[in-house]
Ligand binder design. Structure first.
Ligand SMILES: NC(=O)c1ccc[n+]([C@@H]2O[C@H](COP(=O)([O-])OP(=O)(O)OC[C@H]3O[C@@H](n4cnc5c(N)ncnc54)[C@H](OP(=O)(O)O)[C@@H]3O)[C@@H](O)[C@H]2O)c1
Length: 266
């Protein structure tokens, strides 16, 4: 799985923004970003349609991630939802399919649906999103639950609660963590501390925020950017190597959690 991808939340909602969204995703792919994250929820399927247009002719080069609504995540519902997503995405497989957040449907049913999709090749791997440590422990006790490959969670410099125990659980069980809203939905980038630290190394705040996450080990990032300049900055995140001094400055300005912290969810 690539460690750098592009998010698509809020895409596919308005016809007048479609050309810009498409251009942004295509630019990202051109610049070497190898993953796109979407969901049946985004734009009520509209984001998946924008993604289909962006990846047309280059499906094999893109690691494609989509998500199923919790209310669709029973054994049969998950298969039907996946088929609808595949149709919108104009592809016959997903690289990764995630349960968007935990709902009321027993995990056994969701796992059975994911495993059926995996067995017939419609998905290459499956995972979860917004699962805290206790949810992961429950999943681990379910038959087939240990095939979970990824947990996608809110994680950025200003929101480090996952480091207390969730990140450790995922590392121990070799589950990749995918950091969503890695730029704090843009608000993190406007903070003076980050702006000053980034300026001191001639980088953009977005580049520093993403490079810091990529340096955490076992963490992938999926920033969303519709503006071409933003896409370029995000795509350059992998080029920035954090020196020990820079890492220490970030650690001081954005300290880790000092105790158990419930998972924050957007
Ligand atoms: N699993 C879940 O429950 C969940 C929840 C939230 C998000 N996600 C996924 O994670 C993705 C990313 O999260 P997000 O969209 O919430 O927030 P984000 O990526 O943290 O921030 C996106 C915002 O930052 C701006 N931005 C991007 N690059 C920038 C740059 N270089 N300089 C300044 N501003 C920049 C974007 O503006 P422009 O668009 O104008 O460029 C946009 O307003 C989503 O799109 C979605 O795919 C998943």
């Amino acid at each position: 799985m690539p460690v750098l991808g592009l998010g698509t939340w809020k895409m596919g909602e308005a016809a007048q923004r479609r050309a810009d969204e498409l251009a942004a995703l295509r630019l990202g792919l051109e610049l070497g970003v190898g993953m796109i994250d979407t969901a049946e929820m985004y734009g009520d399927g509209g984001a998946e349609e924008v993604v289909a247009a962006a990846i047309a002719g280059q499906r094999q080069q893109v690691f494609l991630v989509s998500k199923v609504y919790p209310h669709n995540a029973n054994q049969r519902g998950i298969v039907a939802a996946c088929e609808r997503s595949l149709k919108r995405l104009q592809t016959d497989y997903l690289d990764l399919y995630l349960l968007h957040w935990r709902g009321r449907i027993p995990l056994e049913q969701s796992v059975a649906g994911f495993e059926a999709l995996r067995a017939d090749g419609r998905i290459r791997a499956w995972g979860v999103s917004n699962f805290d440590t206790a949810d992961m422990q429950e999943l681990w006790a379910v038959a087939g639950g240990r095939h979970c490959a990824v947990n996608q969670v809110l994680y950025h410099l200003g929101c480090r609660g996952v480091e207390w125990d969730l990140l450790r659980f995922c590392r121990r069980h070799r589950i990749a963590v995918m950091a969503y809203s890695p730029l704090g939905q843009g608000t993190l980038l406007r903070q003076r501390a980050l702006k000053q630290i980034a300026a001191s190394v001639g980088a953009s705040p977005a580049q520093v925020a993403l490079a810091w996450l990529l340096g955490q080990g076992g963490v992938a990032v999926i920033p969303k950017a519709a503006d071409p300049g933003h896409v370029r900055e995000c795509a350059a995140a992998g080029d920035l190597e954090l020196s020990p001094r820079l890492a220490a400055e970030l650690e001081e300005a954005y300290p880790p959690p000092t105790g158990p912290t419930p998972l924050e969810i957007l």
